[in-house]
Design a binder for this molecule. Sequence first.
Ligand code: SAM
Length: 210
Amino acid sequence: MEKQEIRTFGRRHGKKLSARKQWLMDNMLGRLAPTAECKTNAILEIGFGAGEHLRALALANPDAVVIGAEPFANGVAALLGAITDGQNNLMPEYKNIRIWPDDVRDFLRTTDSKFSQIWILHPDPWPKARHEKRRLLQAEFLQMLARRLAPDGEIIIGTDHWGYFEWIKERATQAGLFFETPDLEIINTRYQAKNMAQTEMPKYIIIRNK
Ligand SMILES: C[S@@+](CC[C@H](N)C(=O)[O-])C[C@H]1O[C@@H](n2cnc3c(N)ncnc32)[C@H](O)[C@@H]1O
């Protein structure tokens, strides 16, 4: 029997969706599934939450397909609400967004896309020692992502949990990956604004294949 993969995310569902968001989940989400056209010039954001940063990526990279993976249905619904207008039509400036509403590891198994950027902002830190195995950024997973980078592509990771930051650096070293820890300007996201870890600022790691 195949070994079951450890679940790296918390909830799949939160409070009941509004009628509009439920309609978008039922009628719009399927139209935004990643397809073969995403093979070239693609950007991936893993765990996009409510999608604020994913939308900024889509606006800043109109020629790229921007794919977001997020298993939390309310986050996916929030993104759908924000990229559609009052008539529930997709706004033209967001036509390059594609959504995988589930575990990114399943998505990566279905595609052979190469990404110019892979973003992971505030991966769940699972701060209790007994939950460490639920952290997404294990050495094996980082290696899997690095294999999916286009030449000159980069994996950009940000976390305000400084313990997880050190842990990720250790995993990247174990995985034999090249990385830097630049002082980037703070990238604002919903989770970052909560500052759950109560640190001064997020820290960033950039992994490249060189
Ligand atoms: C702490 S939240 C951060 C959300 C957002 N990036 C932000 O900064 O506001 C982490 C997100 O990662 C998602 N996540 C966890 N494991 C995942 C996986 N295997 N694939 C895709 N998303 C995942 C969770 O559902 C959650 O929404």
